[in-house]
Design a protein around this ligand. Sequence first.
Ligand SMILES: C[S@@+](CC[C@H](N)C(=O)[O-])C[C@H]1O[C@@H](n2cnc3c(N)ncnc32)[C@H](O)[C@@H]1O
Length: 316
Amino acid sequence: MKELAPQSAVTDHLAILSDAIRVRMLAVLEGRELTVTELCDVLQLPQSTVSRHLKTLSDGEWVVSRRDGTRRLYVLSVSEMESFPKELWEVVRDQVKHSSAASDDDRRLKHILAKRRTKSEEFFSSAAGQWNRLREELFGATSHLRAMVGFLDPEAVVGDLGCGTGNVSEWLAPFASRIIAVDDSKEMLKTAKQTLNGHRNVEVRHGSLEKLPIDNAELNVAVLMLVLHHLAEPQLALSEAARVLKRGGRVLILDMLSHDREDYRQTMGHVWLGFSEKQTGRWLSDAGFKDMRWRLLPPEAGARGPSLFVATARRA
Ligand SMILES: C[S@@+](CC[C@H](N)C(=O)[O-])C[C@H]1O[C@@H](n2cnc3c(N)ncnc32)[C@H](O)[C@@H]1O
């Protein structure tokens, strides 16, 4: 049976809605946040009157407010209302929405909202040439790219294969259901464990990419970031990645495009001087992947290494 509102609540709500100004206020505040000054402009009323009615509406829990820097914003949030006041409001709103007062308020409201947009447009028309630098100054060079991890399916189990010091797993951990980070260097794993300490959904495992310590079809995503060029036989690691991925699961490779920096073999133990699109495609397809997508990454300012590519493919 439907739960009835107590009688005192019914009369309190009716008292609040018995005032024409409060009803106009609720109509303009429904689903949108406005400041007191904006409300004054829309309703063409002095601040003292608007503030007095807002207090009544706040006390009666018809509007909620929040602070935004130095200003306070008010809103009527229908989705958060209890069923009785919500139904009551729907009846009242239907009765007043075609009144001339409501149409006038609506016209002025549109004007106020357009003014907000103009302010933002004015800023961007003057900042167009500087926005990239400004964003970098405010939020760093990679914040927008880090946000892209949000596309990851929250149910995904991800393998960070050749995890090194664990910084890729650290980025992914808040967005994935579980991460299995694998590396064969005990020293790297020691650092990875420190980096990933506190991420309870990350498991660090010691093992080689040619014989992964991961069960068949345990992963939805396998990441091989800057690791293939270290392997004697990259094909073996890709076959292993295919084994531990579920059908339809995705592999993501970040690595260097073919280059001629021979010294990397000595200085960093590179076995391969990068890879071409053709080479990567052949190995992926031999390992049982399909739908390969291969893209060169645009060079980053200040980076001194060879060009990088990203390849993704789906486990067939
Ligand atoms: C250049 S680091 C990249 C680390 C990390 N993926 C990143 O992007 O920061 C390469 C890592 O692969 C690991 N590695 C190299 N060969 C491996 C193998 N056969 N099996 C497991 N890990 C390996 C190394 O120990 C090292 O930690």
